[in-house]
Design a protein around this ligand. Sequence first.
Ligand SMILES: NC(=O)c1ccc[n+]([C@@H]2O[C@H](COP(=O)([O-])OP(=O)(O)OC[C@H]3O[C@@H](n4cnc5c(N)ncnc54)[C@H](O)[C@@H]3O)[C@@H](O)[C@H]2O)c1
Ligand SMILES: [Zn+2]
Ligand SMILES: [Zn+2]
Length: 360
Amino acid sequence: MQEVRGVIARSKGAPVELATIQVPDPGPGEAVVRVQTCGVCHTDLHYREGGINDDFPFLLGHEAAGIVETVGDGVTDVAPGDFVILNWRAVCGTCRACLRGRPWYCFNTHNAAQPMTLTDGTPLAPALGVGAFVEKTLVHAGQCTKVDPAARPAAAGLLGCGVMAGIGAAINTGGVGRGDSVAVIGCGGVGDGAIAGARLAGASKIIAVDTDPRKLEWAKGFGATHTVNAKETDPVAAIQELTGGFGADVVIEAVGRPETYKQAFYARDLAGTVVLVGVPTPDMILELPLLDVFGRGGALRSSWYGDCLPSRDFPLLIDLYQQGRLDLDAFVTEEIPLDGVEAAFAKMHTGDVLRSVVVL
Ligand SMILES: NC(=O)c1ccc[n+]([C@@H]2O[C@H](COP(=O)([O-])OP(=O)(O)OC[C@H]3O[C@@H](n4cnc5c(N)ncnc54)[C@H](O)[C@@H]3O)[C@@H](O)[C@H]2O)c1
Ligand SMILES: [Zn+2]
Ligand SMILES: [Zn+2]
């Protein structure tokens, strides 16, 4: 066991705090990773606001890169010294999804078996089964995906959640292909990931929608061909106008609210696809005329983690990053210390950052 510093959310809505975390030595199938960087994702804020569940206290952070320090018995895929991106989809290989050859839906993903705890023994619930705003973290070895150690950790780690979720929402879930028109509602780290993914997939038109003009400027850098400020213009009408009056082939909702989901639903062409990658909270209800759901046809899909398979997608995207075809660096607005997470949450609300990345 070792004691390190980490960021916890002790109770619903309370500011996060630095605490001493006890990290057990890795048991069978587990690994201890020395965290180098961890991005601040909106999902961390959802946890701290009680929007995910009530399993407080949480050890926050889940978008991380680091170096494997020690591994437990039976671990063969990673070894001490390996540079890894942490993932929250360590597939089991034996559930009904894995057995059908669709491991990106794995319903029984692995996490560390032993809990990390506070010094009084209170077990911590790690965000998304990771918990990485901490100097060292205990994970299941399958949560460590080896990538080229030449990649910059602050950028590479973002593939661990938001950027991967966005890229995958476009490519894997939305099936964006050459010549498609795509609209993305909400241009944070996830939405800009979707824009970058749509560009990689060959979309001909990429419409970025946000309420913040700075976000729209950044979106252009990732490949948006058009921007719509939803504070000034009705996004549905604007997307229709930009697509010959029809709507986009694929509309990706990266906010996680019923209003923006409805916009995505109506901004899509007949037989088009809506992808919900934004995460709603338990109080939210969606109301839609059933006749419109039928009459507009197409597909209404949700994207868990961009339907990614970390072992396939992380190394591939790191290759594209190193070839200069995917600008992961542009997602990193600022590098912050471990005690800067609360301030980073505030900046998320004021729109000052795309990603704040904790550097340890
Ligand atoms: N499905 C997944 O696997 C997955 C993974 C990571 C994050 N998420 C979720 O994706 C969502 C976005 O995460 P993020 O980290 O990019 O958050 P973020 O806060 O960085 O970005 C959200 C963006 O939405 C914009 N926005 C807010 N209201 C809007 C409106 N009415 N119309 C248009 N734009 C609006 C904001 O200005 C901001 O740019 C969150 O709900 C997060 O929990 C989902
Ligand atoms: Zn499985
Ligand atoms: Zn996340």
